[in-house]
Design a protein around this ligand. Sequence first.
Ligand code: DGJ
Length: 766
Amino acid sequence: MSRLEFQILSDRKDIDPATELILCIIFFPYFYYWEPISKVLALVGNLPRSRREKNAYLQFYLHPQTIISPVSSLTMDTSSQTYTIQTAHTNWIFSGDTGSTLLQSTFGKSVPETCTSAALAVYPVRNLSALLEPSLCIIQPDGTHNLELQLAAVSESGLDDNASSTVFHLADPAYPVDVDLIITAYFAEDVITSRIRVINKGSQEIMLLDRDSAFVRLPYHHDTRLTSFYGCWGKEMTGFHEDRLPRGITKHVNSQISRAAVPDYPGCYLSFGGPAQEDSGDVFAAAVAWTGSWEYSITNTENDEVFFSAGTLPALRKLAPGRRYESPNVVMTWSSQGKGQASRNLHDYGRNYGIYNGKTERPVVLNSWEGLYMDFNEEIVTALIHRAAEAGAEYFVLDDGWFGNGKYARNQDTCGLGDWQVNREKLPHGIEYLCDECENVGLRFGIWVEPEMICPLSELFENHPDYAMQLRFRDRVPMRNQYNLDLTNREVESFVYNTVASLLSAHPRIAYIKWDHNATANVNPGSPANPDDQGALNDRFTEAYYRIISKLRNNFPSVIFQACSSGGMRGDLGTLQFSEEFWGSDETNALDRILIQWGWSHFFPSKAIASHIGRYKEGDFKLRADVAMTARLGIELDPKILSDADFDTLKQGVAEYKKIRPLIHSADLYRGRSPHDSQVTELTFVAKDKSQAVFFGFKRHTDPHTENLLPRGIDASKIYRLTELNPDTAPRIVPGDFSGADLLANGIPVSFPSKQSSVVVRLDAI
Ligand code: DGJ
């Protein structure tokens, strides 16, 4: 709880108008000269120091019936028992007296709407209409699906100057069950998250079934469109479907236990009033921050109402007396400027809160996988380290194949997972030698692990077959010749933590971990250690994964973590709470990556999406470098296979990227034409103050082509100097000075050669 908010919330009713006027006069100079004065007052104590606190104070004194806590996004109207959760352009209004049902009004753009009687329960526990499913279904000890939630209290706490959590404490008057609905508002980002906590206060076990993290009432429009994202290995996020919302319930589900992003993606966009546009229209976007099975559903009722609910996939799980269940968060945003602004809101949220170390700059990585696979020795790796440095990489990451000995040496993917000892034949001088080699050429060293797995052909399995997941009475089914470890067993959880912690402790120069996960846990969905609570498996597995990785993050704070799961199957906001980035896809072909990264950009800023210049298929090296530049650029090939000319192109691409990296990683992304509709597409990264931008154009067909490509998001009133970056032998644009208005209206003329190609242009305001 912040310094003043409790005081204000409790005192406010007692202030009479005369006192209020006096207070207003006293504080007025302070509000207008708050910056210098606040420095002095900071020494004194409890007075507002930030711009948001100041605004809250102003509103508080100028609008008598409202109560605003100074660092919060919550406004309480005491006369109508209304709670307004607010971000810069969004509000969500709740109302209800203590002891009654809490109601919610429409989530969306900031309008002076009140919570009317038409508003619906904040979190339905019964069927409120013929269609709507309950968000929370609890089976009481007497066997009834019986729950009623009444408002017991409201509390609030500030996370920082910009974000605060409001907790609606709800209680059942008949059964000893409490439910906290925790809504966190990120003011500047226009993002609101929702989650629940269920507390069994009774003396008997209860069962949880449905337990959505969020239930949101959305505006109704007869033409509401749902954009969902779908993918598979090598094609993550390329299925991009926009459908008109039918009457009834539209549900998207992923039943994988240990990964979330494929095939269906745990996030969607909804637009109200026709197809979602990039730059205009009302859009709601949401994603479940959870690395396990999930569902979201949109209900379009018989009464023309639209509701969104989301959370983990329902499964019957036990909740013992005194225990609590904590759901994951659902992250939501609203934009009245189309999909583009909704994505930018999520990017800002990711950089500022949602992604681990979201604000730091990401290094250029050379990963050994597509260059060497498992076929290497010390000499080969050393040579690659040297070539990585020449290419301009900053980190070298040794991928799969460095561990296991004797009959279980990891020379192919059939064995060795679990035996995390360096392979003495391949790497006789161990990891320290490789760290030295990296250090000698100015690189930092990183390494691949897949610590949640066990191969049946491993020493670990010989010694601990019970560590592997297995469903009672069923034979284990391998996937990629491996099983998931039973993370829900505390002993196994410690083993997994210790595997990585010992590696990092023994080799403090390891600066990067690629954490892979190549088999879904639902092929053997059972825990030998906890077989009697099957419905908790999904929760327990993911919670253990989060505990392990967050403990590692705390104990090894300077190591960068990349999340990987057969490519991008862990590209979810749950995993990214603990990882700087994720591997976008095993598909490194530049043309496919245009579509893959387009999909990811709906949820993640470019710095979180690892994109490597690969060795395969279409696209010259300029095109491959340009595509990788729009994300976190890396290299995934052995430069030894390249011609001198291609190696020079690669080096040039890396060098150019480093110059624009700070901008690409922090700027606002404006998407142009979609690769789903057009063979020519555009991306513009614009600095927050619009003083600089970098524009990318991609052409996927092979005809020679001159076309005006449209940058977006720049300032119409500024003059920009255009310079081509990462040029090919022949220039593709004519450099010069142009007004923002002209560029926005007429575009940049680009002459593409007769091959799949790209252009990168820097725009500097002069
Ligand atoms: C799957 C990943 O997606 C690849 O990048 C690579 O690390 C392999 N696993 C290694 O087995």
